[in-house]
Design a protein. Sequence first.
Length: 564
Amino acid sequence: MDTAPADATSPAEKANLDFIREIVEDDLRTGKHQTIVTRFPPEPNGYLHIGHAKSICLNFGIAQEYGGRCHLRFDDTNPTKEETEYVDSIQEDVKWLGFDWGENLFYASDYYEKLYGFAVELISKGLAYVDSLSPEDMREYRGTPTEPGRNSPYRDRSIAENLDLFKRMREGEFADGAHILRAKIDMASPNLTMRDPALYRIRRAHHHRTGDAWLIYPMYDFAHPISDALEGITHSICTLEFEDHRPLYDWTIANITIAAHPRQIEFARLNMTYTVMSKRKLLQLVNENLVSGWDDPRMPTISGMRRRGYTPKALRDFAAAIGVTKANGIVELSLLEHYVRNDLNFVAPRVMVVNRPLKVVITNYPEGQVEHFDAENNPEDPAAGTRQVPFSRELFIEQDDFQEVPPNKKYFRLAVGSEVRLKHAYYLTCQEAIKDEAGNIVELRCTYDPESRGGGTPDGRMVKGTLHWVSAAHAIPTEIRLYDTLFSVSEPTGDFATELNPNSVQILAGAMAEPSLAEAKAGDRFQFLRIGYFCMDPESRGDRLVFNRTATLKDTWAKVAKRQ
């Protein structure tokens, strides 16, 4: 597992703390807390995306930096949308990012009996009641942001009647939607969240952990603060959309008998160009088969980015770079790709793959002869060593690396009569281009300079163009999937009919790879010389390699954005 590196510098010594770490340090300095306890609380109703990665890095990172602990807790309070598949994928993603919760794995469903007891306590204190309004009437009674709500006609039910009804709700006496438990707070509150919010609803649905044991389920806003308090969370960190929910978080904890009182802190969620972060929209993409699944390499999910070839370190570095703020904004996708390239540059082995092959016959090279050249695996990593690359009379080069007539004086690739260097091998001169009946160039007849082995000649002449190549006799058929952004607009609303990029993937079925890639495994990452960074896809087989483009060698999307 790629693990998060230990930070040798204490947070107190860092020059620029974000506002959340400032709060943590102040709480430690004043003695409010001796041990910092955070939590990452996903709902198991979908796969995690890059926005969750930011939250994972923040919550686990703070616990790590201050010698505390971070809990992984599944807020599984809506059985109609939750699945064990999502639970498993979330755990895999957190571990892949380099973090570990140890023994601190929890579920809101662990606390169902206690949550029920706290609801009974609120009823007994006259702070909660069973409402029998229809959903439509409840919305009407709630009021608007500019107009106060009205009290439900059931708001003044007696404590005894409320306790009886709530008990019968649990026992399954009533149909779904017949009753709902609400907090009794203030229907005139300017904060709509505080206008007698729902605490429990009747829902006959099979739960992935508790089965059919429960017929009523707590609302997220009720289960979340109590789960935090039961676990002794010190800092409950969430995104800005929960800012209006903080008074309810505090009200719930203040009005039940519980020792801990966590503090909720909100930060700006991650918004990124060419990306949607709505889990509902992502689920729609999957359900409508607009992508191949949650791990489609075009998806902003952690599993999709893993399949595309992004590294855990790149995502952690990206999260650190964008920082933690109180103001919403949009981060350029090009910044994430920068950190992906930066990491892969140091760790990805270099190999030669020809995406669109053009056959080259070296007419003065002995038939049947095969040479092997030493090729460095990564110039940025001397310890990476070298590999042997076979060379023979017939090669493949890129179609784009040849023009029959050079377009201008700055064209340094191959043309009839011009000379180039073959990476790791010899100088090559094109003598003739062979065409088919339609006039398409199908083969090049070339000669090589035997004295140029390794890239030099006795006469000291130099060439400006260097091409990658693959020996035809040793090449492995390869499928290349060139991915771009899933959306064609920089700030998508999620309108799939108009905003999806029709060119988000291009499949090159006839690529050829050097033979060393026969040893590659799914998930292995490489730099294809002169082309970009690629990752072997799990669909690869022994006689058919499949590679996904992770990123181009240059920031092409930033250039597109500038032109727009």
